[in-house]
Design a protein around this ligand. Structure first.
Ligand SMILES: Cc1ncc(C[n+]2csc(CCOP(=O)(O)OP(=O)(O)O)c2C)c(N)n1
Ligand SMILES: [Mg+2]
Length: 346
């Protein structure tokens, strides 16, 4: 059955975005660069899979870059992030080095998880990226607990848990929202409502975009909805919410985005939505193309320079990552249980 209702942004709702004011220009360029990095890295990963140089699973966040980049722009280095199976954007936006991401997906020792985790198990403590999690909504109690523990030790670091709309249907999500409020855990839950939990349209479960935030608001937690196509709006909203969380109360942000690619590399999505659904959405709503148009009105060269710099950076990082060492077969049983060999667990 074809389920077109999954697209949260109808053609009548073509995204135009706000004009970027002079004051915000430097930040808008930084946000543009951040989104371009995520897009370029993920396109490169797809290419590596097509060429047979990378293996394993991959869940693309193409089209959703503004949510990851806008939210992480509101964070400090010491803040923590937990993520999902679709987490490359979250990792890169939080500052995980792209070479370590590529190396992880190539299965190299220099990968951020020693080449053992792959696409769904990126983690990098030095960047505050506690990790992705292949268990839907598994990152949420992790973030709430980490934020609570950090607060008990002193300081005002916070944690952000990215979850999907499918994650919002998990029991652990609602248990954690309750506990986070009860214990005043300084965590921000960011629900990327991309219209689909694999093949299940989220509006069938929860209603139109914005309904998830309203459900949470009904429980007494501060909750907002933001259009996840507009990175400037996401960053502004996230800053307001992060300030509130840093002051000591959890909060919830629903970002309206859309899953452009199939669920994963091996998903025949044409069975549950028209084949052109993703490209059609992107043609009208691409958060990167949209911001590029808005920024080019100010300085076309600057945007082109960012594009070129990012392309060169990604190619060089991929080359270095691919050339790195593979773990020896004799070490296959290392890291199965925690051990002093673990480099990255502080
Ligand atoms: C606890 C659990 N149940 C089911 C799955 C299988 N599964 C993997 S991704 C996914 C859909 C998740 O949808 P959503 O949270 O909206 O994230 P999206 O894929 O849209 O980014 C499901 C059901 C899983 N990994 N973990
Ligand atoms: Mg989803």
């Amino acid at each position: 059955m074809t389920q077109t209702a999954a697209n949260p942004h109808s053609p009548a709702d073509v995204f135009t975005g706000l004009p970027v004011g002079e004051a915000g220009l430097a930040e808008a360029h930084a946000l543009y660069r951040g989104m371009t990095v995520v897009r370029a890295v993920e396109l490169e990963i797809e290419k590596m899979h097509r060429l047979g140089r990378m293996s394993g699973s991959f869940h693309s966040s193409l089209g959703q870059e503004a949510a990851a980049v806008g939210v992480c722009a509101a964070l400090r280095d010491g803040d923590m992030v937990t993520s999902t199976h679709r987490g490359h954007g979250h990792a890169l936006a939080k500052g995980v080095p792209m070479e370590g991401v590529f190396a992880e997906l190539f299965g190299r020792t220099s990968g951020v998880s020693g080449g053992r985790g792959g696409s769904m198990h990126l983690h990098d403590r030095p960047s505050g990226f506690l990790g992705e999690n292949a268990i839907v909504a598994g990152g949420l109690p992790w973030a709430a607990g980490a934020a609570w523990a950090r607060r008990r030790r002193g300081g005002d670091d916070i944690a952000v848990a990215f979850i999907g709309d499918g994650g919002f249907a998990q029991g652990v999500t609602h248990e954690t929202l309750l506990l986070a409020r009860f214990w005043a855990s300084p965590c921000l839950i960011v629900c990327e409502n991309n219209g689909l939990a694999h093949s299940m349209p989220s509006d069938r479960l929860f209603g139109a975009p914005g309904s998830i935030a309203r459900i949470v608001e009904g429980t007494g937690m501060h909750a907002r909805y933001v259009d996840g196509r507009d990175v400037v709006a996401v960053a502004e909203t996230a800053r307001e919410m992060v300030a509130r969380v840093r002051a000591g109360t959890p909060a919830f942000l629903e970002c309206g985005v859309y899953r452009v690619r199939p669920h994963s590399l091996s998903d025949p999505d044409y069975r549950y939505r028209p084949k052109s659904a993703g490209p059609d959405w992107l043609a009208l709503n691409d958060p990167i193309a949209n911001l590029r148009t808005r920024l080019e009105a100010h300085a076309a060269n600057r945007v082109a320079r960012i594009d070129a710099e990012v392309a060169a950076e990604v190619e060089a990082a991929r080359d270095r990552a691919e050339a790195a060492e593979r773990p020896p077969a004799a070490a296959a049983k290392s890291f199965v249980y925690t051990s002093p060999e673990l480099q990255n667990h502080a």
